[in-house]
Design a protein around this ligand. Structure first.
Ligand SMILES: [Mg+2]
Length: 336
C-alpha cells in the first residue's frame, strides 16, 4: 500500500481549520444546549453559513508552526519564536492566555525560559499537528520537537504531554488507510509510549487516564464527554457548574482526551467525526481543531467533503502551506 502523504498533509491542516471554524460559534456552551439548536448539523451549517466565517488562534498558530518548520527545514527554536511573534500581527483571533501572554513577552525579546506561562492549557496541543506530520517517520525527533514547541509558551507538564500525545497520534495515523482494520490497543500503546518511565506525576497520570478512555471507548459520545470533560483537572481549577455535563475544560489533558475519544468513536467518516468534535461543548473549537487534525490525517483530503472545504477562510493558503511542508518532508525523509 502506497501512502499519499501529500493528501494526508493537506487533510491534516485543513482538518484543523475545519474543526476550528465549525467549533468556534460553540465555544463556552454545553453540548446539550448546542445540540438543541439543530437536528441535522449539516443542514444547520448550510442555513447558517455566516456563523462559520472564520477559524481562530488554533489554526493561526498551526500555520505558523508549519511555516517555521518549512523555513527551518525542521524544528528550530528561533524560527518558531519568530513565527509566533509574527502571529501577533495577524492579529490573534480568540487567543488563550497561555499563548498570548508568553508570546507578547517573546516579542519584547525576553528569553523563552522566562517568557513561558505556567499554563497547562490546550494551547500547545492545538498547534502541534505540523510537527506530527513532518517527523512522522522520526520518533525521537518528533518527541524532542513536540516538547520543545510546547515549553516555549507553557511550562506546565500537562501542556507538553498533550502536545506530545497529539503529535504521536498524527504520526500513527499517517500510514493508516481509513476503513481498514484499526487497532485501538495499538493506537493507545503508540501514543502513550513516550510518556512511560517519566518521573513526572502528571505524565504518569495521563497514561492512566488514557487507559481509562480505552476501557470506556464503547460509551456513547455524550456519556463519554460527561466522564472526560474535566478529567485530570485539579482543584481549584474545576468549573463547578459544568461538572457532570459535557463541557470540555481547556486543560491540555481533558481537551486531548476528549478529542481522541470522539475521533475513535467516529472512524467511519470525516464528516460525522468533525460534527461531533465541533459540538462537543466547552472549548469546542480546540477540541475540534485537535480532533480535526487526527480525522483529517486519517481520512485524508480525498475524503473531506468539498462543502466543508469551501467554507474555510484562506483554504488556498492552507493548501499551499501543506504542500510546502510536504516538499520539505519529502526532501528530508522520502528522497534524502
Ligand atoms: Mg481557539
Amino acid at each position: 500500500m502506497k501512502i499519499d502523504y501529500l493528501d494526508k498533509f493537506k487533510g491534516t491542516l485543513l482538518g484543523v481549520a475545519i474543526g476550528d471554524t465549525l467549533g468556534r460559534p460553540f465555544e463556552g456552551l454545553i453540548r446539550k444546549r448546542i445540540h438543541s439548536q439543530f437536528k441535522d448539523f449539516k443542514n444547520f451549517i448550510k442555513n447558517n453559513r455566516k456563523m462559520f466565517y472564520s477559524y481562530t488562534d488554533d489554526t493561526q498558530l498551526t500555520l505558523h508552526t508549519a511555516q517555521a518548520l518549512i523555513d527551518g527545514w525542521g524544528f528550530k527554536m528561533d524560527y518558531l519564536i519568530r513565527e509566533f511573534v509574527n502571529w501577533l500581527d495577524d492579529p490573534p483571533i480568540g487567543p488563550g492566555f497561555g499563548c498570548l501572554s508568553s508570546i507578547q513577552k517573546l516579542a519584547y525579546g525576553i528569553d523563552w525560559k522566562d517568557a513561558a506561562s505556567k499554563s497547562g492549557g490546550n494551547g500547545t496541543a492545538m498547534r502541534v499537528a505540523p510537527i506530527g506530520l513532518f517527523y512522522s517517520n522520526d520518533p525521537k525527533a518528533l518527541e524532542h520537537a513536540a516538547i520543545q514547541s510546547s515549553i516555549i509558551t507553557h511550562s506546565h507538564p500537562a501542556a507538553s504531554a498533550g502536545a506530545l500525545v497529539t503529535a504521536k497520534a498524527i504520526a500513527y495515523l499517517i500510514d493508516k488507510e481509513p476503513n481498514a482494520e484499526f487497532s485501538v490497543d495499538e493506537f493507545f500503546e503508540y501514543i502513550t509510549a513516550p510518556l512511560t518511565n517519566s518521573q513526572d506525576r502528571i505524565w504518569q497520570e495521563f497514561i492512566d487516564i488514557l487507559s481509562i478512555v480505552k476501557k470506556h471507548i464503547d460509551m456513547p459520545v455524550e456519556a463519554g464527554l460527561i466522564k472526560f470533560s474535566q478529567v485530570g483537572v485539579e482543584s481549584p481549577f474545576f468549573i463547578e457548574e459544568f461538572l457532570g455535563k459535557a463541557f470540555v475544560h481547556p486543560y491540555a489533558i481533558s481537551t486531548v482526551v476528549c478529542a481522541i475519544f470522539i475521533f475513535l468513536k467516529c472512524l467511519s467518516s470525516f464528516e460525522e467525526c468533525i460534527y461531533e468534535l465541533a459540538t462537543a461543548g466547552g472549548d469546542s473549537d480546540t477540541v475540534a481543531a485537535i480532533g480535526g487534525s487526527l480525522a483529517g490525517n486519517y481520512f485524508g483530503l480525498k475524503n473531506i467533503p468539498s462543502e466543508l472545504i469551501n467554507i474555510i477562510k484562506d483554504r488556498k493558503k492552507i493548501m499551499t502551506i501543506s504542500e510546502n511542508l510536504y516538499e520539505k518532508f519529502k526532501e528530508r525523509y522520502l528522497n534524502p
